[in-house]
Design a protein around this ligand. Structure first.
Ligand code: SAM
Ligand code: SF4
Length: 464
């Protein structure tokens, strides 16, 4: 498949939108409220807006769109790094081949099972499994065995992992077909930068050098039957305005060719990483102000695509952007393989990058609950086959609210009973009561109350 990102086109629409007419920007903001998304030319106008008052309106619009489509829920997951050997040399990553000082680790199945036990005992139900790209020590067979291992681990209180999303190097269609059979949720892969020249500079050697092969991986995944896809760009490598348009063009191409766009977009910002020159001094650092703006613009451009924010960001920054459109977050993360069992400084020398938010899962949950967000561990859609286009068809008439909000309450209640500290439990019960009073109406409210009672009585894994 051909490379479909045209740098000149992106640069041209950004040039044409420079110093935008405020009236035109207001019209685009108004259009975004219709929840139909925005074309790249309109997005370029929003990106080129530097007027604080108009940016305020952009943030307000994103907040309203997020509330209308996703309500107050935030889905939680933990990353699980299983190996850090890598044949690539990405200049921003601690796992890069030339980092000779990194402790190299490929976890055994037994070690993976122990990591999963720790995560389950904290209350996690959703994992993102990832590793470096190493044909011998991180092969597809190894990765698939790791997925099977993680799904098989059961702990007390019905502790189990119910959805494993994966982030690993691009595969051929046959590889994706095999991966699909392990029962993965979403396949994630970040293009890192959509700017060709920067991509070339940042990936000097190894299989990842090939821009087009990486770009077209999502199409191959779809061909292999994986219809939940997660895209991303690593913000800080090149101009954020260019990257947002790259993401949007990628999403539109996928939608046009495969009938469904991405399920999620990830928005990692470069973090300092051990012996990684581009991470220590990012070539195009994105300020907090611009980061909030870009999150809001993505929310307006692709309203039904979930947005993922990780513990790369600080607690304060995370709190600010939740309201602007983020729908999934990681919590209690480690980026070194084996890091959930061992937390020594020696183990840390195996980490991919530094974390901005080092709080435990329970601390994050208490914080977001007190801010009025409902934490969700729900995995219902994927287990009921509501994926890809089926999910989007449900999402568009507003059904995310109906299913996801309800399932969020059920999965949160289970968390509160089985894993929460007393303070979190108290705050959580209060939030659930508030939602029963304000969010759920008569018939639905009765159904929700009945099922909450069943959970109190010991039933687990309740969802609709
Ligand atoms: N090795 C695979 C790959 O590169 O696609 C799997 C995922 S890699 C472990 C996860 C992601 O971490 C990369 O795609 C990159 O965007 C991100 N990453 C690497 N170095 C980073 C850094 N210094 N700060 C923030 N994110 C980083
Ligand atoms: Fe390897 Fe991925 Fe890190 Fe690049 S980003 S060095 S491919 S682990």
């Amino acid at each position: 498949m051909r490379d479909f990102i045209d740098d000149n086109y992106i640069e041209n629409i950004l040039k044409q939108a420079k110093d935008p007419d405020p009236e035109r920007v207001c019209e685009i903001i108004k259009k975004a409220y219709e929840l139909k998304g925005l074309p790249p030319e309109d997005v370029a106008f929003l990106l080129q807006t530097e007027n604080d008052e108009l940016i305020g309106e952009i943030l307000q619009a994103a907040h309203k769109i997020k509330e209308d489509i996703y309500g107050n829920r935030l889905v939680l997951f933990a990353p699980l790094y299983i190996a850090n050997l890598c044949a690539n040399n990405c200049l921003y990553c601690g796992f890069r081949r030339d980092n000779k000082e990194l402790n190299r680790v490929a976890l055994t199945m037994d070690q993976i099972a122990k990591e999963v036990q720790v995560l389950e005992r904290e209350g996690h139900k959703r994992l993102l499994m990832l590793c470096g790209e190493h044909p011998a020590r991180s092969s597809l067979d190894y990765f698939m065995e790791a997925i099977e291992t993680a799904y098989s681990v059961k702990t007390e209180h019905g502790g189990e992992i119910r959805r494993i999303n994966v982030e690993l190097a691009p595969l051929e269609v046959d590889g994706f077909k095999r991966l699909k059979k392990t029962g993965i949720g979403t396949y994630l892969l970040f293009q890192e930068t959509y700017h060709h020249e920067t991509y070339k500079k940042m990936h000097p050697s190894g299989p990842k050098k090939d821009y087009a092969y990486r770009l077209t991986a999502m199409h191959r995944a779809q061909e292999g039957g994986i219809d939940d896809i997660g895209m991303g760009a690593l913000f800080g490598l090149y101009d954020y305005k260019f990257e947002v348009l790259g993401l949007l063009l990628h999403a539109l191409q996928l939608e046009q060719d495969c009938g469904v766009g991405p399920h999620t977009i990830s928005i990692p910002r470069l973090e300092p990483a051990f012996n990684a020159p581009a991470a220590i001094k990012p070539p195009h650092p994105v300020s907090d102000h611009d980061f909030k703006k870009l999150v809001a613009i993505i929310r307006m451009a692709v309203p039904y695509t979930g947005m993922i924010l990780t513990t790369r960001e600080t607690a304060a920054m995370r709190a600010e952007v939740f309201a602007l459109g983020v729908s999934q977050i990681s919590a209690g993360s480690r980026t070194n393989p084996g890091g959930y069992q061992e937390d020594s400084s020696e183990a840390f020398r195996a980490a991919q990058f530094n974390l901005g938010d080092t709080r435990t899962l329970d601390e994050v949950i208490l914080d977001i609950t007190e801010r009025g967000h409902i934490p969700s561990f729900c995995t219902a859609c994927y287990r009921l086959g509501r994926t890809g286009k089926d999910f989007m068809d449900l999402a568009k008439p507003g059904l995310i609210q109906k299913f996801c909000q309800t399932n969020a309450v059920f999965s949160f209640k289970e968390y509160l009973l089985d894993y929460a500290t007393p303070a979190t439990r108290e705050a959580g019960e209060k939030l659930i009561q508030k939602m029963l009073d304000e969010t759920f109406k008569t018939k639905r409210k009765k159904m929700v109350c009945d099922r909450l009672q069943k959970i109190e009585d010991g039933t687990r894994d309740v969802y609709i």
